[in-house]
Structures are given as structure tokens and as C-alpha cells.
Design a protein around this ligand. Structure first.
Ligand code: NDP
Length: 483
């Protein structure tokens, strides 16, 4: 048996006091590897090392910082086929999505490499004579990054890259379901000439090492993506220490399909938005709000499209939907199917456990019609390949239903009416709005985040990330003697 993959702490690869085994959700006989779990002493070692490394990094020339980020980005892009295969094997998303995720992670690094050189402040005259003011941004310090399993590399990278670009140290705790992708990324980052301890990989259970990390007063900021419940726990711990916090916690995104929309675009957007990544996306279109005039045709076509989707091993050519990530997530999905029936939904297709050549967590994508917005299946985030259709009598009602949720990450409308699209863009209470596009699928150079229970704190991604990863300093400068 091969040795367990280690944590990267204070510039060294350290074995843990315990290990976990990681299996492929497409083929449960495929052991991907064994991975070290950090203990609290190792976490403290990482925290200590991060503090001194951060001071060195902040004083390191901009070009050296730019080069390090550029190198990481280029290597990810160049190895996207190989690392995308590992990611898909580990997480279960189809190979094209796995490769695309690694490529995108590379683009995040090259984008933030450029941002290193764009750190320009403001100057102003004081309201007092002969005094000048300089406003600049400084690193926030040591950042705890806690990432989920559904985008094992991209989500981590859209936090790690800006953290490093703006001069911070990083302690990264990835989700325990996807340690292989985490180690692969850490190996690439570790190749760079970074101060020992600037970047630390600390694998372990969220309830154990994650909890200790977020409670640590040595942390200056926490960036988290995951469930609402854990997000609320993190917020409580962060407030206790007055630690800066930024969180993205999922959603209940709606796609409004209007009677004047293009039916082909509507069906494609709904299928891609609801079932891409096996529905395990915070941007998934889980509520499909459909105008009554085209409701029946849309449901027929959506059902036919979903039933035709190929569910199979993530690495098999032609697979459109891979397995669900874990047995517990699959059990939860099945419980939601049961609930959908109990609440009175009509199962148009799918929602069944299926067997493939290899034993994995396979289920067919489900379309449930005749649902109401106040049913639990339309209130709770399912994170499943289950799409619920809600009929609306008018555009006004559709917009009301889109906004009638505690979440608010993304929303979308399918319409040919420019005035309606414009009204929707202005009145949808979500952080991202899509017009004639799926609710999932965002760019890396612009802000990402939501409202309500979906997000907390400053936006992630693009130039907006600077707000979270820096602190503003205002200096007043007097010449010291009369001019
Ligand atoms: P969690 O919120 O439990 O996990 C997200 C991350 O937080 C993981 O790295 C996890 O570690 C870590 N974590 C868990 N508990 C703590 C803690 N007390 N302190 C610090 N870190 C912690 O999500 P799950 O993986 O359990 O998924 C459950 C549901 O959450 C999904 O069904 C979905 O609804 C939602 N979710 C939303 C995501 C999004 O993109 N917004 C992403 C993932 C999940 P570890 O996994 O190692 O325990």
C-alpha cells in the first residue's frame, strides 16, 4: 500500500496522526489514496509559520509575487487534462467539467498574477494646509480558507489566488471528500519560491480541525464556501474574535421561463442549469418557474431531455451526469424524492437509483411538476439532480416567486422582451442575474456572490476580491517644516 499523502505545513510535508481513505464515487472499488489528517499541534505550527511568512511575503517585490502566481496558473492550465481526470475521478463530475474546472483555476491564478501589479492607491490633499494624504491597501494578514467538495479546485483557488496576490498567508482546509485534488494543487504551489509557511494545506474533518481553525485568534480573516448551517457556526466564531469573514452558502436559484422566450434556449438552460455537476452547484437551477401558456410544452420537453441524459462513470466518454458525491448525499437526495411525492409533486421522470458497470452513487435526474413555492422541496437547498417546476400565471407572479426565498445567489429569465429582461435584471433580488442563460456559469474577472442567506461579507472574485483580502490605510504627511 502506498504511503498516505501528507499535509503541507510551514514549508514541510508532514504525516498526520491519523489518515482517511478516499474512494471514487463512480467506482467504489477504486481507492484513490490515503490522506493524512492534521492534528491540533500541526495546525498551531501552521498558524505560527503563517504569521512570520506573511511579513516576508508582504515585503517581497511585486514582480516576484506576480511570477509565482503566474507559474502556478500556467502549470494548472498546462496540466488541466491530467488534473481534471483526477478531479473527476474523485468528485464524480464528467471529465469535460473536471478539465474545465482545472483550466479555470489556472485562469484565476493568471488573473490575480496581473492584479499583483495593479495595486494602486489614492492620494488627496488634506483639508488642512500643506498636508498630503496617501490611501493604500495592505494585506489583511493570515487567511483561513475552508472550501467545499463540489468545486474542489476552483472554489479553493478563487480564494487562495487573491489571498496570495494581495500579500496574505493562507491556511487551507479543503473538504475531506476531495483530498487528492487538494494535494495536487498544494504540490504545484509548493514548487514556488514562497516563504516557508506562507501557504499551508491542513487536511482534516471540518468538525475537528476546521472548527479549531475558525476559532483561532491567530486568524485575521476567514473565507468559507459550504452549507448554511456551518456558515452560521463560522459567523458566530468569527464575531467572537472580531475576525473578518466572507461566506458563500448555497441557494435555491430560480429560472423564470416566459411565454415569449425561445423554447430551445429555455430547455437547454434548464437542463444545463439543473443537472450540470449532478445538480451539486450553489448556482443550480432548482426552481423552474414557468408561464402557464407554455408550461405543458416546456415540461414535456424538459422531461424528455432529462430522461435522455446519460448517467454513468464520470470518466466514461459520453457521460453527461456523473454519480452523486457520497452515500450520505445520495440518501438525502432519495429522501427529497420521497418528500416531493408526499408534498404532492408529479414525478415526470427520474429520481431513481440506477446500477452501472461499476458500483457507484448513481441516480437519474428528476423533473417534478405541479409543485408550489412554499413546499419544503422549493425552500431547502437539495444539492441534487432534482428540478422542481412551479407554474406562474404572469410575469409579475414569476418575479414574485423568484424572489420569494431566503436565499439570493443567482436567478435567470428566458424572454425575448427587452423591457421585461431589463425589469427582471433590476428587480430580481439575487447577486447574479442571467438573461437567456442558465443560472449556473460565471466568469472569473467579475464579482460573484449573493444576497440573503446565500452570502455574507464582501464579494469574491474579480477586482472586488481586494475588499476582503486587504485593509485600507490612510496616511497624513506633513513636510515637517515650512515650504
Ligand atoms: P459543509 O458546510 O459541512 O462543508 C463545507 C466545508 O466546511 C468542508 O470543508 C467541511 O469540512 C467544512 N466544515 C464542516 N464543518 C465545519 C466546522 N464546524 N468548522 C469549520 N469547517 C467546517 O457541507 P457538506 O459537505 O456537509 O454539504 C452539506 C450541504 O451543504 C450540501 O448538501 C449543500 O446543500 C451545501 N453545500 C453548499 C456548497 C456551496 O457551493 N454553497 C458546497 C458544499 C455544500 P469536511 O467536509 O472535511 O467536514
Amino acid at each position: 500500500m502506498s504511503e498516505a499523502k501528507r499535509n503541507f505545513i510551514a514549508g514541510e510535508w508532514l504525516a498526520g496522526t491519523s489518515t482517511i481513505d478516499n474512494y471514487n464515487p463512480s467506482d467504489l472499488s477504486d481507492l484513490i489514496g490515503t490522506f493524512a489528517q492534521a492534528d491540533k499541534a500541526q495546525l498551531h505550527k501552521a498558524l505560527d509559520a503563517a504569521q512570520s511568512a506573511q511579513r516576508i511575503w508582504a515585503a517581497t517585490g511585486l514582480e516576484a509575487r506576480h511570477t509565482a502566481l503566474m507559474n502556478i496558473g500556467n502549470e494548472l492550465i498546462q496540466r488541466s487534462e491530467e488534473l481534471g481526470t483526477l478531479l473527476s475521478r474523485e468528485e464524480g463530475k464528467p471529465l469535460a467539467e473536471g478539465k474545465g474546472e482545472i483550466y479555470r483555476a489556472g485562469q484565476f491564478f493568471t488573473y490575480y498574477a496581473a492584479e499583483v501589479l495593479r495595486q494602486i492607491g489614492d492620494t488627496a490633499d488634506s483639508v488642512r494646509p500643506n498636508i498630503e494624504i496617501d490611501v493604500r491597501r495592505e494585506p489583511v494578514g493570515t487567511v483561513a480558507i475552508i472550501s467545499p467538495w463540489n468545486f474542489p479546485t476552483a472554489t479553493a483557488v478563487w480564494k487562495i489566488a487573491p489571498a496570495l496576490a494581495f500579500g496574505n498567508a493562507v491556511i487551507w482546509k479543503p473538504a475531506n471528500l476531495v483530498p487528492a485534488s487538494a494535494v495536487a494543487l498544494a504540490e504545484i504551489i509548493a514548487k514556488q519560491d514562497l516563504p516557508a509557511g506562507l501557504f499551508n494545506l491542513v487536511m482534516g474533518a471540518g468538525s475537528d480541525i476546521g472548527q479549531s481553525l475558525i476559532e483561532s485568534p491567530a486568524i485575521d480573516a476567514i473565507s468559507f464556501t459550504g452549507s448554511l448551517e456551518v456558515g452560521q457556526q463560522i459567523a458566530r466564531a468569527a464575531i467572537g474574535n472580531l475576525t473578518k469573514v466572507q461566506m458563500e452558502m448555497g441557494s435555491k436559484n430560480a429560472l423564470a421561463v416566459m411565454e415569449d422566450g425561445d423554447m430551445d434556449i429555455a430547455v437547454a438552460a434548464a437542463l444545463g442549469g439543473a443537472f450540470g455537476g449532478t445538480g451539486q452547484k450553489c448556482t443550480a437551477s432548482s426552481r423552474l418557474i414557468v408561464h402557464k401558456d407554455i408550461h405543458d410544452e416546456f415540461v414535456d420537453r424538459l422531461g424528455a431531455g432529462a430522461a435522455a441524459m446519460v448517467v454513468d462513470h464520470a470518466l466514461r466518454e459520453g457521460t453527461q451526469i456523473g454519480p452523486v458525491v457520497s452515500q450520505s448525499q445520495l440518501d438525502e437526495n432519495m429522501a427529497y424524492m420521497e418528500l416531493a411525492r408526499k408534498e404532492g409533486g408529479e414525478v415526470i421522470c427520474g429520481g431513481e437509483l440506477v446500477k452501472r458497470d461499476t458500483k457507484g452513487h448513481y441516480m437519474t435526474p428528476a423533473v417534478i411538476a405541479g409543485t408550489k413555492n412554499d413546499w419544503r422541496i422549493n425552500i431547502e437547498e437539495m444539492f441534487a439532480p432534482i428540478a422542481c417546476v412551479i407554474k406562474a400565471d404572469s410575469y409579475d407572479e414569476a418575479l414574485h416567486l423568484v424572489n420569494d426565498t431566503k436565499f439570493g445567489l443567482t436567478s435567470g429569465i428566458i424572454t425575448r422582451d427587452l423591457a421585461r429582461a431589463s425589469h427582471f435584471r433590476r428587480n430580481a433580488r439575487t447577486g447574479c442575474v442571467m438573461v437567456n442563460l442558465p443560472t449556473a456559469g460565471t466568469d472569473y474577472h467579475v464579482p460573484f456572490g449573493g444576497r440573503g442567506n446565500s452570502s455574507y461579507g464582501p464579494r469574491e472574485q474579480g477586482g472586488y476580491a481586494v475588499e476582503f483580502y486587504t485593509s485600507v490605510k490612510t496616511s497624513y504627511i506633513s513636510p515637517g517644516s515650512p515650504v
